[in-house]
Design a binder for this molecule. Structure first.
Ligand code: NAP
Ligand code: ZN
Length: 345
């Protein structure tokens, strides 16, 4: 077994505290990684606080992981000590069903997707622990290669915020000629802006925070709309082909869908507790969701980021700041992703 230092939540209300634990010894198909940086996703907060379902405690959150390979098992193929690598929201699946074979491991048809934390291994009993820790051991098929040309701190959030927005943008063919509204300027939102702009779409940032206007333009958005101001909203009624909804709290889907053209598509990537409530009266508009992205597409996204020099805008923090960071995320006061420097553990 490998001794590991981490930060864990021991229940849904208390702050995260330092917690030592062990990971499995490196097997033939495994890669052992020293974690350098880990992003803080709003999903970490939902799960630590048992907002989606009862959490598995102690819980070591974190699924936006970058690090360096220390040891590679004998079947770990392309990976060797010293490689820069990433791990996102999944660490294993059945590897055999049509979904896994086609690179959509998040939809494993045997229900064996193993999430990076707050989950159990395929033995159905060993808990998984995430990236707020100094080491991780992971099956090689769930380890991504990180392009050397990218700033590592800004790469960590690509492993969740990046792929979660890249995947639906590619699936729906969003690009030149499309008017896209990105709803919410946080971790996912700022990545959605960068990808949609890079692919040639006209991008409008829809936010409740007037003070994010300048940043929205700096990130590449062509327009900004403060959704609290009717005068700014009026010209955008029936305006968008797509809305990418990254909102983390319950909100009025019907109202935002009124900003879509009649055949527009509202893409939910935000996962507010309580789920989605809709009147069903939103004309011909469509509403759909998207769950992270599979491993091959995550590698494609990282390579796309290298080609376009895209990374996340981050605030790097010491791990002891994690509980304050959570409070700031809840106030939408992060520009635009907190990333833990694991050297501080
Ligand atoms: P975040 O950084 O906190 O950003 C969420 C943004 O939503 C905020 O910055 C804020 O933007 C906006 N917002 C918050 N409360 C709102 C409200 N009541 N009404 C309208 N807008 C509101 O969170 P994140 O890490 O980007 O995650 C966003 C959501 O995506 C979370 O629910 C997370 O669990 C989910 N998620 C889903 C997947 C997936 O696979 N589908 C993957 C990762 C995360 P403004 O200040 O600009 O208004
Ligand atoms: Zn996430």
């Amino acid at each position: 077994m490998i001794p590991v230092k981490g930060y864990a939540a021991h229940n849904q209300q208390d702050p995260l505290i330092p917690w030592d634990f062990e990971r499995r010894a490196v097997g033939p198909d495994d890669v052992e990684i020293d974690i350098l940086y880990c992003g803080i996703c709003h999903s970490d907060i939902h799960q630590v606080r048992s907002e989606w379902r009862p959490g598995i405690y102690p819980m070591v959150p974190g699924h936006e992981i970058v690090g360096r390979v220390v040891t590679a098992g004998e079947n770990a193929g392309k990976f060797k000590a010293g490689d820069l690598v990433g791990i996102g929201c999944m660490v294993d699946s059945c590897h055999e069903c049509p979904s896994c074979k086609s690179g959509h491991e998040q939809f494993c048809e045997k229900g064996q997707t193993v999430w990076t934390y707050n989950s159990v291994e395929r033995d159905r009993k060993t808990p998984t622990y995430g990236g707020y820790s100094n080491k991780i051991v992971c099956n090689k098929d769930f380890v991504l290669s990180v392009p050397k040309s990218l700033n590592l701190k800004g790469v960590a959030p690509l492993l969740c915020a990046g792929i979660t927005t890249y995947s639906p943008i590619k699936k729906w063919g969003i690009g030149k000629g499309h008017k896209v509204g990105v709803l919410g300027l946080g971790g996912l939102g700022h990545m959605a802006v960068k990808f949609a702009v890079a692919l040639g779409a006209e991008v409008t940032l829809l936010s409740r925070s007037e003070n994010k206007k300048q940043d929205a333009h700096r990130l590449g958005a062509h327009k900004f709309c403060n959704t609290q101001d009717n005068e700014q909203v009026k010209p955008l009624k029936r305006y968008f082909d797509f809305i990418i909804d990254t909102v983390s709290a319950p909100h009025d889907y019907d109202w935002y869908m009124s900003l879509l053209k009649d055949n527009g598509v509202h893409i939910c990537v935000g996962l507010p507790p309580g789920g989605l409530k809709l009147s069903g009266l939103s004309l011909n508009r469509a509403i759909t969701g998207s769950s992270i992205g599979g491993i091959p597409e995550t590698q494609e996204m990282l390579d796309f980021c290298a080609e376009h020099q895209i990374t996340s805008d981050v605030e790097v923090i010491d791990i002891s700041y994690v509980n304050q960071a959570y409070e700031r995320v809840l106030k939408s006061d992060v520009r635009y992703r907190f990333v833990i420097d694991m050297a501080t553990i």
